[in-house]
Design a protein around this ligand. Structure first.
Ligand code: UDX
Length: 485
């Protein structure tokens, strides 16, 4: 029976897959708890979602979750295929962002003015990187807004710290210095409070490397969004207390409420396995191909290295070939997510033979299922936060090749703090790849597996009923419930 009095939440992700997925999981969980949710995708992402989703069956399972779509601000015929890196710079530039903001405000007004079925929105949950867009609307209409920062607590803390220094003008100088001294001093440790020697200058979230030509647009974007985000009265994080306790405590001094509710995909499994028969998974924007699972079924236990560099990063041809040679020469079986059009036509014969014998390359897999598969023994990853959490929960070691944004911070935590993997520190020379694959899959596998299993248990425990993440989620549900208009 529909409860038309239930609170209505408007959810706005950053239009990027790695951000949409956790926000969509959260939306399904909130709607399952009886709240009404309008999930706002861009037209392009919404169309992709519709292509791969049986919407009628979805609405039967989630009657409290509706969809709305708005522009991403780019011209209709702007190419949006391939790695997000191809068009992300445009997405975050001022023109497209203001068009998106305008349409989001119009949508909000429409929902306030005439929504016969549901109450007007009483809360907005937006990606931390959409903070400048929602902050004004939340203030204007007197509704609370809670940012969901889809990075780790550590990286969130680092970006807040860096943004404040930028605002004060201190880091502007230091940043030039960082770039200037990077040749000599990139390995010296930063003095970000609370992190000891964990991060070196070269591990700081790269405001510049994502987009060299428009460095200042990119940097300004992150700073403005972060400085707006810290004005919110709460923060949602996809992490768990046992993993990042001291940093979560520090964030709690900035945000009166910090809801650490991760790993969200595991919390999702806990709640849906316990309370209903619903199995609807991630709302992927791409077609799921199960052939990778069939291939894994024929491999020996813990023998396969799973390889994926996520949805944003694009390897150069040179990097791709170095990785490929290293993988083939390691003599370990590998499952590699790679877009077909990146694979060169004329391959060196040794790669063709080695891949035929031990490799499987495919453009998209059900990653959570792959990581959970008994045949997978390790993960060569770009250290995106979702991938890191998905691997943590499966208790498998990581070989990290981070390149942009939060990835170097995540990778440093994996190798230096949690000790569940190795950091390639930017190199992808074929001999180093070969050696490090052997280290992860053979020489050091036992010790990494041991620490990975310990952290995996903590991750599972935190999402069990009465675990900290479960408890924080219930608190979030309650908080929103009290904010009915
Ligand atoms: C981006 C940034 O790269 C990352 O640093 C940030 O933390 C989030 O946004 P992305 O490159 O998409 O993320 O990486 P990641 O966060 O790991 O997310 C990728 C998601 O795609 C994962 O949830 C993974 O399960 C999924 N995926 C990837 C698949 O389902 N199938 C695949 O074949 C590859």
């Amino acid at each position: 029976m529909e409860n038309s009095d239930a609170p209505h939440i408007l959810v706005l992700p950053l239009p990027a897959e790695g951000h949409i997925k956790p926000m969509f999981n959260l939306s399904k969980l909130l709607s399952h708890r009886g709240h009404k949710v309008t999930f706002v995708n861009t037209h392009h992402n919404h169309n992709c979602f519709l292509q791969f989703t049986d919407i009628a069956s979805f609405q039967t399972q989630f009657p409290n979750l509706h969809f709305a779509s708005i522009t991403d601000g780019l011209p209709q015929n702007h190419p949006r295929n391939g790695a997000l890196m191809n068009y992300y710079p445009m997405l975050i530039s001022r023109g497209p962002r203001s068009l998106l903001a305008k349409e989001f405000r119009e949508l909000f007004l429409r929902l306030v003015e005439k929504n016969e079925q549901w109450q007007p929105p009483s809360c907005i949950i937006a990606d931390g990187l959409m903070s400048t867009i929602v902050m004004g609307i939340a203030q204007e209409f007197g509704v609370p807004w809670i940012p969901f920062r889809t990075y780790s607590a550590t990286c969130t803390w680092v970006t807040i710290h860096m943004s404040k220094l930028f605002q004060e003008g201190t880091l502007l100088q230091n940043n030039q210095e960082i770039e200037y001294i990077s040749e000599n001093m990139k390995n010296s440790s930063t003095n970000i409070p609370g992190l000891g020697n964990l991060l070196r200058n070269c591990d700081l979230p790269s405001y510049s490397t994502i987009l060299m030509a428009n460095e200042s647009i990119n940097r300004d974007f992150y700073i403005q969004e972060t400085l707006a985000m810290i004005q919110a009265s709460g923060l949602i994080l996809n992490t768990f207390e046992e993993l990042e306790f001291s940093i979560i405590t520090k964030l709690a001094a900035i945000f009166p409420k910090v809801y650490s509710i991760g790993p969200l995909h595991t919390l999702y499994n806990t709640i849906f396995t316990t309370n209903s028969s619903s199995t609807h998974k991630d709302g992927s924007l791409r077609r799921e191909d199960k052939s990778s699972i069939t291939w894994l079924d024929h491999q020996k236990e813990k023998s396969v290295l799973y390889v994926s560099f996520g949805t944003v990063v694009k390897l150069s041809l040179e990097q791709l070939l170095e990785f490929w040679h290293g993988l083939v020469n390691s003599l370990k079986p590998f499952l590699w997510v790679i877009q077909n059009d990146l694979i060169p036509k004329n391959l060196p014969i040794e790669l063709e033979i080695g891949t035929k014998e031990r490799g499987f390359m495919i453009d998209w897999v059900p990653q959570e299922e792959v990581l959970a598969h008994p045949a997978v023994g390790g993960f060569l990853t770009h250290s995106g936060w979702n991938s890191t959490l998905e691997c943590i929960i499966e208790g498998k070691p990581m070989l990290c090749w981070p390149s942009i944004a939060d990835q170097p911070v995540n990778s440093r935590c994996v190798s230096e703090q949690w000790k569940i993997g190795l950091n390639m520190n930017g190199t992808c020379d074929r001999f180093i790849v070969q050696k490090m694959v052997k280290d992860i899959m053979e020489n050091q596998m036992k010790e990494f597996m041991k620490s990975a299993k310990e952290i995996a248990k903590k991750a599972h425990d935190s999402t069990k009923e009465n675990g900290p993440s479960y408890h924080n989620f219930e608190n979030l549900v309650k908080y929103i419930g009290l904010r009915k208009v």
